[in-house]
Ligand binder design. Structure first.
Ligand SMILES: NC(=O)c1ccc[n+]([C@@H]2O[C@H](COP(=O)([O-])OP(=O)(O)OC[C@H]3O[C@@H](n4cnc5c(N)ncnc54)[C@H](O)[C@@H]3O)[C@@H](O)[C@H]2O)c1
Ligand SMILES: [Zn+2]
Ligand SMILES: [Zn+2]
Length: 371
């Protein structure tokens, strides 16, 4: 069928909204008509090459849409169901077997290569292949193909207005929330610092507040983002404008060091601050998509003598089928107001949405597809 999609035709190029051809779903595939899709910083990193992929490709991995067609072997969803699309995994490797699908041994292949496991792609332009299947979806499009592994059914009770905002639960929000809820697990009354008050960091702030952390510190270079972090549950903010010693300031606020920290900036110098600001036995998690080959120098004695932990985290260790409905229930109780960080753009304004994310003007852009 003919579809509309935003294509990355070359490294560092703007996305180009074009007409493409999409194959019918195979046996295990599901065709979704996208209603809206979020922009995650990882899409932008792929465009700008810290994570190189082949072009032409359709990116986008925070889709929300309606099931339009299913292959013969699909039982999880049916035509007409509303779904959120999340990351992809193989379902069979040792990580997947032990319920840790975000550490699937084939995570790179199933999410970043832009093709099916047999090497084929379902998208084409005038007979020439265009890569699809980015994070098992390629949601910067009017329609996409995905599979049972990465669709999560949305309850009928969710309004259409809220449904449009749910795509980011499939990546950025479950990453920040899951890093705090599933991995760092701050105790009630404890302290947690989030470095980078973007979409992932804000989700971490909301999660820390919901869990009862007494001190939640947000650090960012953009003052407006810190203002929003305060509204979402931060108790303190630090503007990292180069004039403040961030680690000393955190030690002051927490009377000696933070219990937990989460780095979302992908900047090694900031990750080092996230380690240095910890109290004894403090735990640091990081999710930033650093460029290939990025390294970190740690103070080995400080790590050992203070019993500090450093943990990389993918997708918040979340199992989307369980975690996304849980976040929705928290949102319904006013405990997780993710809608406050979102701004809706028409799909055709995708490059403007990306520019606004990079400038800091919009925390989480959501692209609405023409009905
Ligand atoms: N590990 C995962 O599973 C996973 C999932 C989603 C996103 N990511 C990655 O997480 C990161 C955050 O994603 P996002 O969508 O929230 O991005 P974002 O651009 O919205 O947020 C990043 C924030 O970091 C701030 N920042 C940058 N440099 C800083 C510095 N030196 N000091 C303080 N703050 C600084 C920026 O101002 C921005 O607010 C990206 O690298 C993305 O690729 C990882
Ligand atoms: Zn696997
Ligand atoms: Zn993402």
């Amino acid at each position: 069928m003919k579809i509309t999609a935003a294509v990355l035709n070359a490294p560092n190029a703007a996305l180009s909204v074009e007409g493409l051809e999409l194959e019918d779903p195979r046996d295990l595939e599901i065709r979704v008509r996208l209603v809206a899709t979020g922009v995650c910083h990882t899409d932008i990193s792929v465009m700008r090459r810290p994570f190189p992929v082949e072009q032409p490709i359709v990116l986008g991995h925070e889709g929300a849409g309606v099931v339009e067609a299913v292959g013969a072997s699909v039982t999880k969803v049916k035509v007409g169901d509303r779904v959120v699309l999340s990351y992809n995994f193989c379902g069979q490797c040792p990580s997947c077997q032990r319920q840790a699908p975000s550490y699937c041994q084939y995570f790179f292949g199933t999410n970043f290569l832009g093709q099916r496991r047999d090497g084929s792609t379902a998208l084409s332009r005038q007979g020439q292949p265009v890569r699809h299947n980015f994070f098992g979806q390629s949601s910067f499009a009017s329609h996409c193909l995905c599979t049972e592994t990465n669709v999560v059914k949305v309850p009928d009770t969710v309004s259409h207005e809220l449904f449009e905002l749910l795509g980011p639960l499939g990546c950025g929000i479950q990453t920040g929330a899951g890093a705090v809820i599933n991995v760092l697990k701050p105790q009630i009354g404890s302290s947690l610092v989030v470095f980078g008050a973007g979409a992932v960091g804000m989700a971490g702030v909301m999660a820390a507040k919901a869990l009862g952390a007494a001190t939640v510190i947000a650090v960012d270079k953009v003052a407006e983002r810190l203002q929003l972090a305060l509204e979402l549950g931060a108790t303190h903010t630090i503007l990292a404008d180069g004039t403040v010693d961030v680690v000393s300031r955190i030690r002051e606020i927490t009377a000696g060091g933070a219990d937990c920290s989460l780095d979302t900036t992908a900047v090694s110098a900031v990750l080092r601050q996230a380690l240095d600001c910890l109290a004894p036995l403090g735990r640091c998690g990081f999710v930033g998509g650093a460029p290939v080959g990025a390294t970190l120098e740690v103070d080995v004695r400080d790590m050992m003598l203070n019993g500090k932990t450093l943990r990389g985290i993918v997708e918040g260790d979340s199992n989307a089928d369980d975690f996304i409905p849980a976040i929705l229930r928290m949102q319904a109780q006013g405990l997780f107001p993710f809608e406050k960080m979102m701004k809706i753009y028409p799909f055709e304004s995708i490059n403007e949405a990306i520019a606004d994310s990079l400038s800091g003007a919009t925390v989480k852009p959501v692209l609405r597809m023409a009905a």
